[in-house]
Design a protein around this ligand. Structure first.
Ligand code: GMZ
Ligand code: MG
Ligand code: ZN
Length: 175
């Protein structure tokens, strides 16, 4: 199966250093919804692995996060595509969970859900923790320059990292 795993904030939607705290703040990056729809129509299963420490911090409830993901699914469905499994880590950085990136727990959850190995699976992110999570399970780290991607690139990334301007460029590469 063709599995592609995406980080959310900074890849699918704009990110903010103040967190994405409401449905109104959840704004797709231009071309990202179309890219997901095109990829899924081309036979790719597009899953999502997202840190959401804003829940642990009390910035927004789980219901708000679920409303954002319902909006994502609806927008992609309007273009004839579909979004696969969305996994989030609701924990704070000090809780020692196994799911918060850079730990690879969410990637493993997705791989187990689809019963596929993670080796070489593209995980697309904008932050260092995304790339580290990919490397931890021998997936392929892919950096986009949207969101925090430019900052991440400036800090240096593993030489095996693939780099694209945005999710639309990744769709053009894979389709
Ligand atoms: O990029 P993904 O994983 O989809 O989500 C990132 C968000 O959960 C937030 O993660 C926070 O990091 P801390 O969780 O505070 O370290 C900050 O980077 C925020 O700017 C960002 O919106
Ligand atoms: Mg991100
Ligand atoms: Zn967690």
């Amino acid at each position: 199966m063709k599995l592609l795993i995406l980080d959310r904030d900074g890849v699918i939607n704009h990110d903010s250093d103040a967190y994405i705290k409401s449905l109104e703040e959840w704004i797709p990056i231009p071309g990202s919804i179309e890219a997901i729809a095109q990829l899924s129509k081309a036979g790719w299963t597009v899953a999502v692995a997202t840190n959401q420490s804003g829940i642990a911090r009390g910035y927004y409830p789980l219901e708000t996060l679920e409303a954002m993901h319902a909006r994502l699914r609806a927008l992609v469905a309007e273009q004839g595509g579909e979004v696969g499994l969305i996994v989030h880590c609701p924990h704070g950085p000090d809780e020692g969970c196994d799911c918060r990136k850079p730990k690879p727990g969410m990637l493993r959850t997705i791989a187990e859900h689809y019963q596929v190995p993670l080796t070489g699976v593209w995980f697309v992110g904008d932050s260092k923790g995304d790339l580290e999570a990919a490397l931890a399970v021998d997936a392929q780290p892919v950096l986009v320059k949207t969101g925090k991607g430019e900052r991440t690139l400036e800090k240096g990334v593993a030489k095996t990292t693939l780099i694209f301007d945005d999710l639309a460029a990744i769709a053009r590469e894979l389709i």
